[in-house]
Design a protein around this ligand. Structure first.
Ligand code: GDP
Ligand code: IMO
Ligand code: MG
Length: 407
């Protein structure tokens, strides 16, 4: 077990350290080979996790990124808000690729069902914010905020009721939602979607908290897959420009019902630079041609919405904050190759921008630390010195194998 990186231990976690899209999916996919169980904890289909295997690209919004490895148990935990048609679509796409997941998928009975009307309300609220304040949050319009509104108001419908007849419950909601949000519910469509999901997934709903405890007790290893990222956390992020769930390690553990002392490692995933989708502060944001260059080289377009991502430089102060919140034991610095051609690389540390010399040679596809140019090593070492967390993994390309691993 963990021949990959012995220091990770039997319960590891992968948590985004910036504003999302750091490359969590790729890390989870690589580590999943070594773990028995892969568990997503919270959020919903606002996530977009891209994995490239043998040139084939897979994008997951709900399915844990470890699902490409056959035989691994995959869990959708209690903290999730699940749009069932999206989940069914992902299952169908995986099946088209010859990957069977249904039999090893376990969906928490405590997770909430996200309906189409949550998406409509999300769009409506964004429209209203834009009209009133000149800008919205820039949500993914996947219905996340409204689904968590229902959860917090205790009006949500949980997966435990998937096997019940929910037609009356849905129909009863129509007038109230119309009145509150001026949104029409297509009750017949919602009910039909529930019926389809019930047939395929009805028997996959279970008590995943007990199941995870059972896995731990019987010596199975568990990989916790965080979604979104630390700076999007509802409490500790740049409120109100955040998502509606707790995206830290603590939030992930809450979402899965795992105790804090069960975790043996927490990998912080951070790009070698920085991106953000949606509105809100971005202290190191680049402008004009520089921003476009980073976006082009990094392929920085949202995997969920296709929106161009805002781009900028690494903010080590943010990484320190993330390390303090999450207790990162390792960093996976991703997309180092995207900086290959930069002459100088600005970085924020101690509230100031400094400039690091670039290396101006290709690191694409490198798998060994020794192969890296000296200035690339210095760049990575700066992160380690400033954050006191080792950069154990360094991404050098999209592919599963394009990763430097320092044991
Ligand atoms: P996630 O949401 O954190 O899983 O990240 P996304 O999948 O939304 O975005 C990360 C993007 O960067 C994906 O297109 C990945 O294939 C790509 N990627 C991940 N790691 C690397 C890397 O080391 N180098 C390059 N060039 N691309 C990477
Ligand atoms: P992954 O898991 C990047 C951002 C949205 C918006 C804010 C609120 O792929 O890293 P929401 O739809 O959650 O109400 O939007 O949060 N956001 C993400 N940005 N990656 C994500 O997920 C995100 N999930 C939400 O762009 O600014
Ligand atoms: Mg993403």
């Amino acid at each position: 077990m963990q021949k990959f990186l012995p220091t990770l231990g039997p319960v590891s976690s992968v948590i985004g350290a910036q504003w999302g899209d750091e490359g969590k999916g790729k890390m989870v996919d690589i580590l999943a080979e070594e773990y028995d169980v892969i568990a997503r904890a919270c959020g919903g289909a606002n996530a977009g996790h891209t994995i490239v295997v043998g040139g084939t690209k897979h994008v997951f919004h709900l399915m844990p990124s470890g699902c490409l490895h056959s035989g691994k148990q995959i869990i959708l935990g209690s903290g999730l808000v699940i749009h069932l048609p999206t989940l069914l679509e992902e299952i169908a796409t995986l099946e088209e690729h010859g990957i069977d997941v249904v039999g090893r998928l376990h969906i928490s009975s405590e997770a909430h069902i996200l309906f189409d009307y949550h998406k409509d309300i999300d769009a409506k609220l964004e429209e209203e914010r834009a009209a009133k304040k000149g800008q919205g949050i820039g949500t993914t319009k996947r219905g996340i905020g409204p689904a968590y509104i229902d959860k917090a108001a205790r009006t949500g419908i949980r997966m435990e009721h998937l096997n019940d007849d929910l037609s009356e419950t849905i129909k009863e909601r129509v007038p109230c939602i119309k009145k509150t949000f001026d949104v029409d519910i297509n009750a017949a469509k919602e009910i039909a979607q529930l019926e389809t999901a019930k047939k395929l997934l009805g028997d996959r709903v279970t008590d995943t908290v007990r199941l995870l405890h059972h896995y731990r007790e019987t010596g199975k290893s568990i990989l916790v897959e965080g979604a979104q990222a630390t700076l999007l956390d509802i409490d500790h992020g740049s409120y109100p420009f955040v998502t509606s769930s707790s995206t830290t390690l603590a939030g992930a553990l809450q979402g899965l019902g795992l105790p804090p002392n069960s975790v043996t490692s927490c990998i912080g995933i951070a790009k070698a630079y920085c991106t953000r989708v949606g509105s809100g502060d971005f202290a190191t944001e680049a402008e004009g041609e520089v921003a476009d260059r980073l976006r082009d080289r990094g392929g920085e377009y949202g995997s969920t919405t296709g929106r161009p991502r805002r781009t900028g430089w690494l903010n080590i102060d943010d990484l320190k904050f993330g390390a303090a919140l999450n207790g990162h034991t390792h960093w996976n610095i991703t997309k180092l190759d995207v900086l290959d051609e930069e002459v100088v690389i600005p970085v924020m540390t101690g509230g100031k921008m400094i400039e690091m010399p670039g290396w101006q040679s290709s690191t694409a596809g490198f798998t060994k630390w020794e192969e890296l140019p000296e200035n690339a090593k210095k760049y990575i070492e700066l992160i380690e010195t400033e954050t006191s967390v080792p950069c154990s993994m360094i991404g050098t390309g999209q592919g599963r194998e394009e990763m430097i691993i320092r044991t």
